[in-house]
Design a protein around this ligand. Structure first.
Ligand SMILES: Cc1cc2nc3c(=O)[nH]c(=O)nc-3n(C[C@H](O)[C@H](O)[C@H](O)COP(=O)(O)OP(=O)(O)OC[C@H]3O[C@@H](n4cnc5c(N)ncnc54)[C@H](O)[C@@H]3O)c2cc1C
Length: 556
């Protein structure tokens, strides 16, 4: 989570720990209760859940985080100040200790009452949400999350855990075993082997050796506030831009909504270092920042989020619909939104991911074309999107090497496009050819391709590769339940009547716009047949789907 740009750095501390006015305190008083407090009293501890929110009327308290090497002081509160950070909104376990330092009287509000207040009082919502977000950023900056991660920058598992922690916005202290010799000695004492790195020291569970993401999420209690038995209005599967938008709209419109995400929120957009074409962000916004903001927004309205759990099956034979998770748990809801996105088909090159956004791209827009103006580029793929990208890029780059795995361009490619490619002197077609290696120091510098017929390999100094080898929808969970198009994307609305495999629409009313072949089950974003692979489109569809969920829920 990075700092929201709307917060001025100059008065960040004041916004992190503001004093409320008399009038604001009066509005909180109407839904809270008075609580006398005494010096030394502990009001909350790390690991506590559903802790109340306090406004200090008189007396004082300190917020700290106890650690094995002593207490880390965070702030001292005086009258007018209030407690809390993002866990007040998400319902996750508390990260800090609150201890009264002098006798006085506090105003106490339960967590649900605080969330209701934030929902209806715009001014207080602004002040509290900004303070909670800034306090979390401060905890992240200082690594105060009751979690120590010991790893190596050469270990993929370490990177994976760090990526998850930063995407869920959980503070942690990182110890680099490549440079920290004392920690290495400690690990030796505990007989931690090299293949057991990374090691996580989690306050509640002791030492975890090379933990899985679900085990780490479990240790942090990220899903501990979710009641599996509750039948919800809507469950949204997948927390990319489409699912996050659906969660924001569902919760803000009063629906009881749960978002289930296989990893951490953000989806494909999280791998974009800067989204430049999303409305309202003229300077661009990183995918992770957009996701962090959307997550806080969804939770502010009361949506719940389960992370690190994959939905493996949608059972649409019964209503309420049932979803089965990878650990066997079943969840039920009256309406379902599938927003599981798609996975771009990628060449099997182990270090490809390292260059994503640094020379490896999955889209060829004006922005990317400017980055490689006058240079040589590679386009991988032989279908329509690869063809369009090659022609488009050929207007600004020096040469396009188009690598096509098969012996010709795809049958599905438009005739006019084939002619334009074949007659374009700036495009050099390489059939039966695959990208086999990428290399560079930080950014991409060299690529290698191989002709599968001659067996010959060529290495070139090329800094830009466009991978347009199609995308595979993530639809394993709906197989046998929803109608799909010939490429496996979920058919919705009027497209259900046109083509597809599997069960067709067989109900008395016509399907709603984003409705699948099963009434009350919707599909949005990149997983939907006919999607446009854009963040804005995914967000728009997520919001429209909720409008339609209301209509489906109102049906007898
Ligand atoms: C590198 C990159 C850069 C991009 N840049 C831009 C850009 O600048 N502008 C733009 O408009 N678009 C961009 N795009 C495209 C854009 O990111 C996608 O169109 C958008 O993310 C689609 O959103 P989505 O919510 O439909 O799916 P996704 O973003 O794919 O999210 C789907 C989510 O569902 C989860 N999921 C999948 N299966 C399951 C399951 N079974 N159970 C639970 N969860 C599941 C996944 O983990 C994922 O988080 C970019 C894409 C990439 C890869």
């Amino acid at each position: 989570m990075s700092s929201p740009p709307l917060v001025s750095a100059l008065d960040a501390r004041t916004q992190m720990f503001p004093a409320l006015t008399e009038a604001q305190i009066e509005r909180i008083r109407s839904c809270g209760r008075l609580r006398p407090v005494h010096a030394g009293e502990i009001l909350f501890e790390p690991g506590d859940t559903d802790i109340p929110f306090y406004v200090l009327l008189s007396g004082s308290m300190e917020i700290l985080q106890p650690d094995h090497d002593g207490d880390h002081a965070i702030v001292s509160h005086s009258p007018g100040h209030f407690t809390g950070e993002l866990t007040m909104i998400s319902g996750h376990r508390c990260l800090v200790r609150g201890r009264v330092t002098s006798d006085g009287e506090f105003l106490e509000l339960s967590a649900p009452d605080l969330r209701a207040l934030v929902g209806r009082d715009a001014e207080l919502s602004d002040i509290l949400m900004r303070a909670f977000i800034l306090r979390r950023l401060e905890l992240i900056r200082r690594g105060l999350g009751n979690l120590i991660l010991m790893g190596s920058r050469h270990s993929a598992a370490t990177l994976h855990l760090r990526d998850f922690l930063s995407r869920v916005g959980h503070p942690y202290r990182y110890v680099d075993l490549d440079t920290d010799t004392i920690s290495q000695e400690l690990l030796d004492q505990f007989q931690v082997r090299v293949d057991e790195i990374p090691v996580v020291i989690c306050q509640r569970r002791g030492v975890m050796r090379n933990p899985t993401i679900p085990a780490l999420a479990d240790c942090l209690g990220l899903n501990s506030n979710i009641d599996h038995r509750q039948v919800r209005d809507v469950i949204i599967v997948g927390a990319g831009p489409a699912g996050l938008a659906a969660a924001v709209y569902a919760a803000s419109e009063g629906l009881d909504a749960l978002l289930v995400e296989a990893g951490a929120p953000g989806g494909q957009a999280s791998s974009s270092s800067k989204i430049e074409n999303y409305l309202g962000f003229p300077m661009g916004i990183s995918g992770q920042e957009l996701a962090a903001r959307a997550t806080a927004q969804a939770e502010k309205f009361g949506a719940q989020m389960m992370v690190a759990h994959k939905v493996v099956r949608l059972d649409c034979g019964t209503r309420p619909y049932q979803l089965e998770l990878d650990n066997g748990t079943r969840l039920a809801a009256r309406a379902i939104v599938i927003s599981t996105g798609a996975q771009y088909n990628k060449p099997k090159i182990s270090n490809l991911q390292q260059f994503e956004g640094q020379g490896v791209y999955y889209g060829a827009t004006f922005m990317e074309s400017q980055l490689c103006e006058g240079q040589d580029v590679v386009v991988v793929g032989g279908g329509n999107s690869a063809g369009q990208a090659a022609v488009y890029l050929s207007q600004t780059v020096r040469k396009v090497y188009m690598l096509v795995r098969s012996s010709g361009l795809a049958d599905s490619m438009s005739r006019y496009l084939i002619q334009r490619i074949e007659q374009n002197p700036a495009i050099e077609l390489h059939y039966s050819t695959e990208l086999t290696a990428v290399a560079g120091n930080g950014a991409l510098q060299r690529v290698t391709w191989r002709n599968s017929v001659s067996g010959e390999s060529s290495e070139r100094e090329i800094c830009h590769v466009f991978i347009m080898a199609g995308a595979s929808p993530r639809t394993a969970l709906v197989q046998g339940c929803l109608a799909l198009d010939s490429k496996g994307f979920i058919l919705t609305g009027r497209d259900l009547e046109a083509n597809g495999s599997g069960p067709a629409w067989a109900h008395s009313r016509p399907p709603l716009l984003l409705e699948t072949s099963v009434p009350g089950v919707f599909a949005v974003g990149d997983v939907r047949s006919g999607n446009v692979k854009r963040v804005a489109a995914a967000v728009g569809e997520g919001s429209i789907a909720i409008h339609l969920v209301h209509r489906a829920l109102a049906e007898p």
